[in-house]
Design a protein around this ligand. Structure first.
Ligand SMILES: Cc1cc2nc3c(=O)[nH]c(=O)nc-3n(C[C@H](O)[C@H](O)[C@H](O)COP(=O)(O)OP(=O)(O)OC[C@H]3O[C@@H](n4cnc5c(N)ncnc54)[C@H](O)[C@@H]3O)c2cc1C
Length: 466
């Protein structure tokens, strides 16, 4: 091993958290090394998660729309459709993203180190490259941004051939005729509805009564009814007793209610686990918390001074969007760079079909916290743009405090939800009164007009109560 090399900041992991941290620190004049063990940059977000699933979703929507317009085009998906055909633009998207990231790191002067990082002590990291060569790096500031991988329950024999996890699902060669999805979280809901939109017969099974339990029932009802309408089956309140490939032609899933589901393939989406095993954080005096994650304070600093952590490795919200900002902030905090306010109000975007998005408190959370509140809703089929675009199953809901003015949260289900939510987010962060949505002139016809309609409902109820 040659001499130890020193940097102002060592970042482990090139996902959204690590990448933004490295660039921010380097732009502010620090010497920064970004250590990544895989050949590709971008982490789960770029390689296996966000971008691949959203690329498939884009094509699933096209397929769904073509089916809806069957009168115009007599559309049928070819038998034995290769999955690669349905994510045909993925390699272009990934290549463009990879090029952009490499250029950005280069331009910012970040040193990219290819290899697996392990803590030697609280200031030193050993990096082993593919040929087994080891090199020591030293810094006063280290950021752990190693992300997460799918949780593999002991009783689900994932083989990545018939039974997949969310990292391997897109490695299926052909679009299956049927798919069982275990789980009711974000990833399960996204993939279940995307594959159903592609014409795969999807059965989604979860132990909870509804998918996406952190959202209000009226939103998840809209999601479930849209999923059923496309031909999917939601089986809530159901536990799996056994799950196996029968060796011939099907994955068999046995449930505690006695039902047995046979499908071509199965996706297990049972949450994610922090990537910490190879790091040997104990060498730095760190340990995992009870949830198997790295704990940080509001500066994103771990229990060891100088060691920071950001992204999936610290747990929820486990979103690429939040990870980027955490990474940037961790770097700023480490190097004493001004960060600006940290907002706890992070929007959740669920790219199922239909989309769902929320920011701030849900109606259920607001009622639990404050009791008396105001709620205004607008259905997309009552809005001109919704009628024109044929968006039937859409809903926007504003949750307001007892004064009928202070916005507490916004929830949306329907196409465009993940973009529309930002209007509500800005109003919430700027502490606008709900009246602001009525005083503002929105383009007509737009879905954003739903804000106006929902706000009017609240103002009307406020007047009645006055
Ligand atoms: C199917 C799916 C869909 C998703 N969709 C969305 C979405 O629509 N919107 C959204 O905001 N989020 C989405 N997410 C979540 C998002 O992908 C993650 O929150 C985000 O990637 C976390 O970023 P990160 O930087 O913490 O870690 P990661 O992106 O996981 O990156 C960690 C990096 O660290 C590297 N690494 C690990 N250990 C070491 C080591 N010892 N040495 C060197 N390198 C190491 C890994 O190789 C990896 O490149 C989705 C996730 C999945 C799985």
């Amino acid at each position: 091993m040659s001499q130890t090399i020193s940097f102002d900041l060592l970042v482990i992991g090139s996902g959204p958290a690590g990448q933004k941290a490295a660039v921010e620190a380097a732009r502010n004049g620090a010497s920064v090394a970004l250590i990544e063990k895989t050949r590709e940059l971008g982490g789960a977000c770029v390689q296996r998660g966000t971008i691949p699933s959203k690329t498939l979703r884009e094509n699933a929507l096209r397929v769904k729309n073509m089916r809806m317009n069957a009168q115009i085009a007599n559309f049928k998906l070819a038998e034995d459709m290769e999955l690669a055909t349905l994510i045909n633009r993925l390699s272009e998207v990934l290549e463009a993203h990879d090029n952009y990231m490499r250029k950005q790191l280069q331009r910012s002067g970040v040193e990219l180190i290819h290899g697996r990082a392990t803590f030697v002590n609280e200031r030193e990291i050993q990096v082993e490259n593919v040929s087994g060569t080891k090199q020591l790096y030293r810094s006063q500031h280290i950021l752990i941004a190693t992300g997460s991988h799918p949780r593999k329950p002991d009783d689900i024999p994932i083989d990545h051939e018939h039974l997949f996890d969310s990292d391997s699902i897109l490695s299926m060669l052909y679009l299956p005729k049927s798919l069982t999805v275990l789980g009711g979280g974000v990833i399960a809901s996204e993939y279940a509805s995307i594959f159903q939109a592609l014409g795969v017969k999807v059965t989604m099974i979860d132990k909870y009564p509804r998918p996406l339990g952190f959202l209000d029932d009226d939103l998840t009802d809209t999601f479930i009814s849209g999923f059923h309408h496309m031909g999917g089956t939601w089986k809530g309140n159901t536990k799996i007793t056994r799950c196996f490939w029968n060796g011939i032609d099907a994955v068999v899933t046995e449930c505690d209610d006695g039902s047995v589901i046979s499908s071509d393939k199965l996706l297990c989406a049972a949450g994610r686990v922090a990537n910490v095993k190879e790091l040997h954080i104990e060498n730095a005096g760190l340990q995992l918390n009870q949830r198997g994650l790295i704990s940080v304070d509001d500066q994103l600093q771990t229990d060891v001074a100088g060691i920071y952590a950001a992204g999936d490795v610290i747990g929820p919200p486990s979103l690429a969007s939040a990870s980027m900002e955490q990474g940037r902030r961790a770097a700023c905090n480490a190097l004493q760079i001004e960060t600006g306010n940290m907002h706890n109000t992070i929007p959740a975007g669920i790219y199922s079909i239909p989309e769902l998005s929320s920011v701030g408190l849900s109606e259920t959370q607001a009622r639990e916290k404050y009791g008396d509140i105001f709620v205004g809703t607008a259905r997309f089929d009552e809005i001109a743009r919704g009628q024109i675009s044929g968006i039937q199953n859409g809903l926007l809901k504003i949750v307001c405090a007892k004064d009928g003015k202070t916005i507490l949260g916004v929830m949306i289900v329907g196409e465009g939800a993940t973009e529309l939510i930002h209007i509500g987010q800005m109003a919430l962060l700027n502490q606008c009164s709900v009246d602001f949505f009525v005083e503002t002139i929105f383009n007509f016809p737009t879905l954003a007009e739903a804000y106006r309609a929902a706000a009017l409902e609240i103002i009307h109820a406020r007047k009645l109560r006055a």
